[in-house]
Design a protein. Sequence first.
Length: 993
Amino acid sequence: MSTGKQLTAGFRLQDTVEMPEFQATGTWWQHEATGCEVFHLHCDDPENMFAFGFPTVPADSTGVAHILEHTVLCGSRRYPLKDPFLRMLQSSVNTFLNAFTFPDKTVYPAASTVEKDLFNLMSVYGDAVFFPLLDPAMFRQEGHRLVYDLDGALGISGVVYNEMLGAFSSQESVEMRLCLNGLFPDTAYGHESGGDPDSIPHLNYQEFVEFHRTHYHPRNARVFLYGNIPAERYLEFLQEEFLQHFESGSAPNPIGSQPRWSEPRRIVQRVPGQGDPEATASVTLNWLLFPAVDAERVMAFEVLSEILLGTPGSPLQKRLLESGLGEDLSSPSGYESEIFETTFSVGLRGTSARRVEEIEAFVLHSIAEIIQQGFDPDLVEGTLRRFEFRTRELGSGGNVGLHLMRRAYQGWMHGATPWETLEFSRVFAALRQRIAQEPGYLGTLLQEYLLDNPHRLTVAVVPDPAREQEDADRRRQYLAELEAGHGPDDRERILREEEDLRRFQEQPDPPEAVAALPRLELDDVPREIRVIPQEVLQLRDGVSCCTTAIDSRGIVYLNIALEVGDLDGEAELLLPFLSATMTGLGVPGIPYDQMSHRIGLVFGGFRSDIEVTDHAETQQPHAILWLRTKFLAQYADEALDLIDQVLCRADFSDTARLREMLVEQRNDYRSSIIHNGSGFAGLRADAGLSQIELKEERLKGITQYLYLDALLQQPIEAVRAGLERLHDTVVRRCRTELQLTCDPGLVGDLTSRIPRQLGGLWAREYSTLPDIVLARDFREPALPAVGRPEALVTSTTVNFIAMALPGSLVFQPEFAAQTLISHLLSTSYLWERCRMQGGAYGASASLNGLSGIFRFVTYRDPQTTASLQAFLEAFSGLETDGLDPELIETAVIALVGKELRPLSPGAQGLIAYRRRKFGITDELRQENRDRLLGLTPGQVTEQLQSLGEALQQAVVSMVSSQDALQQLPADTQDPAAQLLRLAAENQIRIISG
């Protein structure tokens, strides 16, 4: 490290630090006139990135920082458009573009492999954060506003308001917030930085503007830079574009340390939910630890958390799952270090709040027992190796800068240097040495920070079917009282403001403002596709291995693909659970926890999942059960032996373990319904049009969730027997391919070892498929269909709407134009109709070229009929808005940019395999690139009309609440309302959590 006096573009160099683990040099600068700080990590990575970061410590739960994050991107001094962010989404080749509100900071990152594009993005983002317009109309659109619905009832809308309504609909999300807020009641972390729906309406415009004035001055900015562009280019740009217009400012008060408690505390909170309160509650113990700037202790607790909870054989996780006190780990379980003072949490979900004391006592006793017994050396060593593996792999993939930015901000935002929480090698080496020299060191940390620490909060979250109605009634009462205090002038004002906002939203941006926005030209993007090298080798008995030989830094990526597309009935439904068991069981003589330790010693990644798709041209369905592994080349022998054991010697006899895994699988589905409502609704809609999408829905959608629930009602011994039969059939019938990515010099050795060491894959062949019947009473929910929409009804205060219709296949000439249409709809028409005007947090369109399905979805959407109407009018609306050549060109640039993103070696190999497997040749990809680059307005218009005709075959599904369905208009002839009334008649009730 060195300190100098160098002055560049008004910035004084503070320090220089070498960071060999990232092959980078870090320079830390401070702008003399304003105090703005910049940290630049210079390396050879062509994916450059920047981030504007600001400490935004909340004083209440009105969500001002969150609303500001949305609104600064809605027009600025240089770019006075309604949504410059959206315009950049339409035309940039960025590899990342977003903004985040954390509990104590707000960050605006972007990345690109094209230097011109990166500085275009920096110009827009910098102008947005330093010189936003903060139009009152945008505050009402993004934050909150009063509205009257069609029936004349007063309500509240706003993008952030609706987003947080959705967040507070999830038991898991509420629990996470209670744990953080409750552990820090006397600091800013005691507030909800994203905004509590009950508090958001109390934020006024003046407070909103003042928050920007005090928190977004350059004095408070922390600008993170990464990549191969020299620091001087950035510094000159920052000075010339932004900082020369400011003088020195004062920093807001830093976040304070939470005063420590002398006694532990408890919170019991009822939340909306349909589950049995005695069986679906969550109980979590939370501890406040030490400042996040203490890099060595942070690293130690990251390792400790992984040891205790990170694998099936982890001692604390194993004890909890075998205790019978709950079903699986609660969602907050783990270590949190991205706030000023770190926390550790552990608990159980699928329990009863009546067991709080029992769970507390069991957790504390288990920790004491673990300290007394010490840690398994293999478990500790395996955990340390995984940390080293992740660091080695980090430098070989995309969005490296984004990961390093988050690590740097952990300390930098709280008074440390930018690299104190960024360094890994030195801190990790010291920790490894200390663990070796002091065998009891990790236990000492547990004793000090958990057992002897009275600053402990136990949070019990109890689902209550009545709570959803109580919350709705409370909000209605608030609005009724508000309206009771209004006079005729207030009603007129609200109606006038809503009409003014509508006109503002519908008014086109001034042409001169659009022209001022920086953009790329077609010549800035490549016309040739990027080709990934691949060679197909025949190993033995017709089993092929697709190899990608590229520099992988000594890491071997070996993926085993087991074809399961011919399975049907209950055998098919059982596949996802079989996939879960493949990485969570033992083998004869080695129980699952010891097997987990062995896997941890050897592998940097070891997981299984299922992929379903069609072949591009033949439309032959494929379903693949994957075992995906990655390991260092020096562990190849051990890795191949373990893979063979896991695949061919799996021991299903531990029925208690099987039941634990089945419960966890079901609960993961249950907790994801609200978070991924658009995905579940989209799968259902797609399944109404396509046999392959029906298979996907059965394996990954609501049908799978309901099947897992039914499977839990069956004797576990019967489930065991069915799994064993299915496993033997899938693994031993020689329908296997392998995919290998590694350094070129390793290919020959590995491909000669694989047939010898994975001999079980060639053992024998089954000629018949298993006839598995376990859940005899299970009835699959009827699919939605054309003219038969459906509603998935659960506890939610927002909606998730999906519509699917026939679209182009990837090998058809129409594919390029329809792909462009999906991009235009997502970044213009749907954004304006569903998000800006309707208040939905998200809305998009997509085209699946393998199944030929065009899909619309909304996310955390307060609307029902209006959003579906926007879907139905989307193609005609886009045509009416006009398709000039410039609009098409910007969309083409953005679509080409999606293929410019850097890929890790492992991702490259897997993508190359998939393309070969599913018939997406490089010739086809180049044809589609050429068609895309040559698109004309006439061709796009023709496909808009074709898709408009396909609306006659549209299928609709939605995730919603009973309350929302009851409020659907009953007497209108509106097509969207008619469809949703039909959906209300075809209900599937589901329990979410």
